[in-house]
Design a protein around this ligand. Structure first.
Ligand code: FAD
Length: 432
């Protein structure tokens, strides 16, 4: 890996004649793309450069477990440069702008990078400043998030201190990354307080802008009954207008009010500001792309992969992984002047932690909603779809090792990128 920190032109001047792939973001998608393509693109012909604002790669699914003391912060962080293959140049710097007319990316510190092909993989981040009152005096006092490394750690301390009362878990607006994570959080909170013998002192409420606990009907019904069983109240269709920090109250556009003692919110998720500044994004700074190839709808040498794209599927690491598999095959065809024959189907595969050492699994794509059954083998599983099992919980825990050692290095996983109907029940009668 070439590790580049300085220079006016942060590209490699000796390689002017080479073809340049520039990847913005060394998170889940950017790292996988760089590592997979480095193996497939001729080193004498192609440079691959990745840019990120810092050198700390975090395993974001672990943020769910930090507040409950199930992971230590150190288990979730590795240097980004150590995750990138030999032959990938890594530039540390904040991206300021993409000039798609001159194929140039400018960094905040003034350096510029030129490209022949650009991949935008800068993800989405929570924006508490977008909701009036969220970032007020109660932020990190009684209002917390767990979608950031700092937030999840601060929440761990707050949960330990919490003496009881109304704990509200809240989604500001969709789409958010890992849309099941807020549900997982409230399931884990229920188990956490039960284990401590304090559950009767805590009123748990799940507040969502959706009309049910999840975006798709069958999963929503199953997850809804799990919330009922755990005596967790659900407030649906709640579009927050503001938070009143003095009264500790969520206020919706239609005038509903929900009081809290401890609020665990998922702020609005937005793509990077430079995407908007560069005229490449929608109102949430997501990059409009063809949903099957991830090619920009505006520029023929720009792709967006992972959460940064406006794909109509969940924003998740698993989606990024399946999409990258399709993308790398297509990319080689495309740059050689051929048609892209791979077609991403929106495949998502997410474990849902449900507490007490159990979990569910959902597997779906653009056209097929999460169904019941077994995964990946019909009848044999070992994972159960939309049904709680110990195997699913162990699968979720194993994912951290798989992430660092198999997914990020771009090693092959014996799971097809496209969703399979094997093991799935087509009828919803399996839902109880
Ligand atoms: C609490 C939580 C739980 C989750 N659980 C799961 C799960 O169980 N399963 C699952 O599949 N997914 C889960 N996810 C989602 C998963 O982590 C993301 O979907 C995945 O990381 C997306 O990859 P990405 O490469 O698109 O974005 P990221 O991995 O977020 O990477 C984006 C990168 O771009 C960089 N960047 C952004 N802007 C700039 C800029 N201006 N300049 C320089 N660099 C920039 C960032 O520093 C970052 O490294 C979870 C996420 C959270 C927050």
């Amino acid at each position: 890996m070439g590790y580049m920190l300085g220079g006016d032109q942060a590209g490699d001047d000796m390689s002017q004649s080479m073809r340049r792939l520039l990847i913005l973001g060394a998170g889940t998608a950017g790292t996988m793309i760089a590592n997979k393509l480095r193996r497939r693109l001729d080193r004498a012909e192609w440079t691959i450069t990745v840019v990120d604002g810092d050198d700390e790669h975090r395993y974001q699914p672990g943020y769910l477990f930090l507040p409950f003391g199930m992971y230590r912060p150190a288990q979730l962080t590795r240097p980004r440069h150590s995750c990138l293959a030999d032959g990938v140049d890594f530039v540390i710097g904040e991206i300021d702008r993409v000039d798609a007319e001159t194929d140039t990316v400018t960094l905040v510190d003034g350096r510029s990078l030129c490209y022949d092909f650009l991949v935008i993989a800068t993800g989405v981040t929570p924006r508490p400043e977008e909701t009036p009152g969220m970032l007020g005096p109660e932020w990190r006092r009684s209002i917390f998030d767990f979608y950031t490394f700092d937030g999840a750690q601060a929440l761990a301390a707050a949960l330990r201190r919490f003496e009881g009362g109304r704990l509200v878990v809240h989604i500001t607006d969709m789409p958010i990354k890992c849309p099941v994570a807020p549900l997982e959080f409230i399931f884990l909170a229920d188990a956490y307080f039960r284990r401590q013998g304090r559950r009767s002192q805590v009123q748990l409420t799940f507040v969502t802008p959706l009309s049910g606990p999840f975006t798709k009907p069958i999963a929503s019904a199953r997850l809804g009954s799990m919330l009922d069983e755990r005596k967790i109240e659900v407030e649906t269709d709640f579009l927050v207008e503001r938070i009143d920090p003095d009264e500790k109250r969520l206020v919706s556009y239609d005038g509903r009010e929900i009081d809290f003692d401890l609020l665990v919110t998922v702020p609005l998720n937005m793509g990077a500001d430079f995407v908007g500044r560069s005229g490449l994004g929608d109102e949430l700074n997501l990059v409009p792309v063809d949903k099957h190839t991830m090619l920009s709808t505006k520029y023929t040498n720009i792709f967006a992969v992972g959460d940064a794209a406006d794909l109509p599927t969940s924003k998740a690491g698993s989606v990024a992984h399946f999409a990258v598999d399709v993308f790398v095959g297509n990319f080689r065809q495309y740059v050689n002047g051929g048609p892209m024959t791979g077609s991403f189907d929106g495949h998502a595969n997410c474990f849902i932690e449900s507490g007490d050492g159990k979990g569910l699994l959902i597997d779906f794509n653009y056209d097929t909603e999460p169904l019941t059954g077994h995964y990946p083998f019909a009848g044999a599983g070992p994972f159960t779809l939309l049904a709680e099992s110990r195997a699913n919980h162990l699968g979720k825990l194993a994912f951290r090792w798989i992430y660092w050692h198999v997914l990020l290095p771009g090693r092959p996983i014996p799971l097809p990128a496209h969703m399979s109907m094997a093991g799935k029940h087509r009828e919803p009668e399996g839902v109880s």
